[in-house]
Design a protein around this ligand. Structure first.
Ligand SMILES: N[C@@H](CCC(=O)N[C@@H](CS)C(=O)NCC(=O)O)C(=O)O
Length: 205
């Protein structure tokens, strides 16, 4: 298997984070330089179907894109430690928090960086209002996660799951535009410190 990935880019970093949490090492890492446009090369698009990273190419030639789909595939191959849920209720709750993390926080913060950081001008026609609106949307969602983390050590379950990775990496990427969790959101701050202490925090960064 080959994982086409790009250091620092948040969606590829999700997969690298997930692999680090699971101790998966039997995947060849192929670096794709997004800022040089390597993901737009015809052979890359022919393989992946989209000009995006990450992409996982299996030994039979099938290519899977979408970071969460890749993580689900890897979970099926390496079930422990479980990151997507062990029974119907747990799976649904983890999925709920994963989607909330992605849709309410990580995606808006990624758009804030994409439209707001000069380095990303290579990939995007930047619109300052898009950066500002998305940053505000991402920041508005933080109280929801802080309330959840007041009652639960981790976002999706009583152990670390994919939901934590999605929220954490979205926020880490937004440090490029000086995003920081407000001090009054102490539960979120405690959780972020715990996430940063893990060996997985540096994977793909
Ligand atoms: N929904 C996809 C998003 C993939 C994506 O947008 N990847 C970015 C890097 S974080 C990319 O390849 N961007 C290239 C471009 O916009 O030209 C996933 O979760 O994998």
């Amino acid at each position: 298997m080959k994982l086409y990935t790009s250091n620092r880019a948040p969606n590829p970093r999700r997969v690298r984070w997930f692999m680090a949490e699971k101790g998966i090492e039997d995947v060849e890492i192929v670096d794709v330089d997004l800022l040089k446009g390597e993901h737009r090369a015809p052979d890359y698009i022919a393989r992946a179907g989209v000009a995006q990273a990450p992409a996982l190419t299996l030994d039979d030639g099938t290519t899977v894109t979408e970071s969460i789909a890749i993580c689900r595939y890897l979970e099926a191959l390496h079930p422990e430690p479980n990151m997507f849920g062990r029974d119907p209720k747990e799976t649904a709750v983890i999925e709920m928090w994963t989607r909330r993390a992605e849709l309410l926080c990580a995606t808006p913060l990624m758009l804030a960086v994409r439209h707001g950081h000069p380095a990303l001008a290579a990939l995007e026609t930047q619109v300052p209002e898009v950066a500002a609106n998305n940053r505000a949307a991402g920041e508005r969602s933080l109280k929801l996660f802080d309330r959840r983390l007041a009652d639960s050590p981790w976002l999706g379950a009583d152990r670390i799951t994919i939901a934590d990775g999605v929220l954490f990496i979205g926020m880490e990427f937004a440090r490029l535009v000086r995003f920081a969790i407000p001090e009054e959101l102490g539960h979120l701050g405690r959780w972020q410190a715990a996430m940063r202490e893990r060996a997985s925090a540096g994977a793909g960064a």
